[in-house]
Ligand binder design. Structure first.
Ligand SMILES: Cc1ncc(COP(=O)(O)O)c(C=O)c1O
Length: 378
């Protein structure tokens, strides 16, 4: 039996999503660009999916463009906006996902001035510093994520959007960790672009979308055919798109229930870890249930608990979780996010992240396993 606590890396696909994808994989083989009946049937599936996604986030269908996932949507937003509108400067933070950070660095190497907003010792954005940067007279794009994938910090994206409007800056946000977990309303947010990815809300991998506010269109990112209204050429990932829309619909319909269930799991872990494993602390804001992403808990284990041994032992006992972040856990270099925090580097950081299928019983098994490891190895 295995226990999955790595939902920030990816979530298991929901059976109900598979149920709409599989028949389409079998029978919906027409090319959506073909004008015959096979093609038209598939085209109509894509457009229904677009309509559904638009409806859920309060956009219009013409503002939704399907992509291969969050990384592509982030690249598209940053590169297209900067290259099209000629922004002199890009403001971002040092704890963005690499999809944003590395794209920013690329743009920095190609003449765009990079500014990093100050963060406090828990990685929280300093909004006053952001405003002081925006006050400088430079044409600017801002890219700040809604929730951090490693430490669960939440950015007040409404506030950032309001500031960007006040100072006439372009605002992109990476909502890959919050789409399907929070009710996004793009009309209310009134931002420029937003990135999302289906595999983070129990949908398929390789499918995501970018929302592009119709008031400021961006040009083609992938040159080719006229797919996605010319923004992204290439035959559409039909099954992925339909699965994405179904997964997002389920997430919205069941959001309150799922959230309550996941919060019970997270708060049980916080409580038991604090009370039963001496020396445990939490990274960023993740230990504060009311002020962090409810699906992520980043834990520092005391020095007596060797990180590699701990992760190895948890894996052996059937528990999948991540050392910091999935993106960095397999790499030789440590996490760029944890490096920005005021924390003891000798402590083992482990990220546990939750989804709709986690239970209290699993949380208890996890704590019991950690306690047993501590008892035997410390
Ligand atoms: C915050 C954030 N942005 C972007 C991505 C990349 O998304 P994708 O895997 O769909 O390319 C991830 C994935 O881990 C993420 O957590």
């Amino acid at each position: 039996m295995r226990f999955y606590f790595d939902n920030a890396a990816t979530t298991p696909i929901d059976e109900r999503v598979l149920e709409v994808m599989i028949p389409l994989m079998r029978d919906g083989y027409g090319n959506p660009s073909s004008t015959h009946a096979h093609g038209r049937a598939v085209r109509s599936e894509i457009e229904s999916a677009r309509k559904k996604v638009a409806q859920l986030i309060n956009a219009t269908p013409s503002e939704i463009f399907f992509t291969s996932g969050g990384t592509e949507a982030d690249n598209m937003a940053l590169r297209c906006a900067v290259e099209t509108f000629g922004y002199q400067r890009l403001i971002t933070s040092r704890i963005e996902h690499h999809a944003v950070l590395h794209t920013s660095q690329y743009l920095g190497e190609h003449g765009v001035e990079l500014s990093f907003v100050e963060l406090d010792s828990d990685g929280v954005v300093n909004y006053e510093h952001l405003e002081s940067l925006l006050k400088e007279e430079k044409s600017t794009m801002v890219s700040l994520m809604h929730a951090n994938n490693e430490i669960g910090n939440l950015t007040d994206i409404q506030k950032v959007s309001d500031l960007c409007k006040e100072y006439d800056a372009f605002f992109h946000t990476d909502t890959v960790q919050t789409m399907g977990h929070f009710e996004h309303d793009v009309k209310k947010l009134d931002l420029n672009t937003l990135a999302a990815s289906a595999h983070k809300f129990h949908g398929p991998k390789g499918a995501g979308f970018i929302y592009v506010n119709k008031n400021k269109r961006i040009p083609a990112f992938i040159h080719g055919g006229a797919q996605e209204r010319g923004l992204r050429g290439g035959t559409e990932n039909v099954y992925g798109i339909v699965g994405l829309a179904k997964a997002l619909e389920l997430s919205y319909n069941e959001m309150n229930e799922d959230r309550a269930k996941i919060e019970r799991v997270k708060s049980r872990l916080i409580k038991r870890l604090k009370e039963e494993v001496e020396g445990v602390t939490f990274n960023g804001m993740s230990g504060d249930l009311n002020n962090s992403l409810y699906t992520v808990l980043s834990v520092n284990f005391p020095e007596r608990m060797d990180k590699d041994m701990l992760l190895f032992n948890l894996d052996l006992k059937g528990i999948s979780c991540s050392g910091g972040s999935a993106c960095s856990s397999g790499a030789a270099t440590g996490s760029h996010v944890l490096a920005e925090l005021d924390r003891d580097e000798n402590q083992a950081a482990v990220r546990f992240s939750f989804g709709r299928f986690n239970t209290i019983e699993e949380a208890d098994y996890l704590i019991d396993t950690i306690k047993e490891f501590d008892r035997v190895n410390a």
